[in-house]
Design a protein around this ligand. Sequence first.
Ligand code: APR
Ligand code: PHB
Length: 390
Amino acid sequence: MKSVSVVIIGAGPAGLLLGQLLRTSGIETVILEQRSPDYVLGRIRAGVLEQGAVSLMRQAGCSERMDKEGIVHHGTALMVDGEMHRIDFRELTGSSVLVYGQTEVTRDLMDARAASGATTIYDAEDVSLSGLDSTRPVVRYRKDGVEHEMACDVVAGCDGFHGVSRRSIPADVLKTYERVYPFGWLGLLSDTPPVDDELIYINDPRGFALCSMRSQTRSRYYIQCGLDEKIEDWSDERFWDALQARLPDAHQSRLVRGPSIEKSIAPLRSFVAEPMRYGRLFLAGDAAHIVPPTGAKGLNLAASDVYYLWQGLKDFYHHGKSDGLDGYAEKALARVWKAERFSWWMTTMLHRFPDQPAFETKMQKAELAYLFSSRAAMTALAENYVGLPY
Ligand code: APR
Ligand code: PHB
């Protein structure tokens, strides 16, 4: 049977970043991915990196393009009741975020992995895990109709929300926590200049909207929509009209419309699985937790999980110590829950909930009024947005 130190399930940003970091530490990995590289790169996700994620890309040796093309943002705007309120990250926290798309992060990591010669098996079907509670787990998969198996020391479950890793933890061990929100985000990507230099989060009576970007010439916009909406019913024209209506007056005339490159509807969900470790299986990223996208924490949380796991694996292989791995789940979850709270709070504060009781509406208004009146509250938002320490 073939054998490798670490098998990573999933070639999303979590799996690829872990693979590159382990490589810098001389730890050998094989990545098993059920899809093709093009399919993985076709998924459009958020585009805001905390300094922690930026630093990990640098440590992984994958930051050349990111450092050139990423746009530093020192603040963001929240628009409520027609008024713009800027949250100044630099003044409130001394820090900033980097706008660089997750697709680009994934592409850079994929290219670096391919150049390094490390093994990534794409189109791996029916991946299954066994012996996770032993010291020598076995991973099986099928490729081009041929069955394969591989022994390893550790399995990193980086296979996203629908992956096999979390499902391989016995049901009586796993506990899950979930909130499903009664709306989705309809997103549109277009090669048009962004409507503003910074991101704008909008709480409008017609529903939430977000103006984001990928570059000076590529915009990413979202509007809140019902869960029963069908993408076929949303022509580009209808999307642009709905977005424009939610924009601040001054921005309405500045909005540049163009054909969509991508348009999709995503449901919003908060989800955490505990523990993030079972025997020699360690979950990281969306395999263990989902945040609603308000605040762009998904990729950043995957990055902090990967950091803790990398540290634990270095201790294990270089010093023969398992303390880091033993403490992984607890450390990662402490940060995960804080980001869950922040993402839930931003979502609750900025969206219009269908059939919202009048009391809840008043609470939302009071929350926002307090936020904009208090430097302490704005600092709390800013320090979570730029990213809590690892
Ligand atoms: N076998 C092999 N690979 C699998 C399997 C499986 N059974 N199931 C899923 N995968 C692959 C998926 O095809 C995908 O490429 O695992 C990868 C998981 O990638 P992501 O879903 O992008 O998850 P993650 O790497 O944790 O990224 C976290 O991505 O979704 C955003 O909000 C999230 O921004 C966050 C970031
Ligand atoms: C995005 O650019 O896609 C984006 C930015 C910020 C968010 C969510 C998504 O909070």
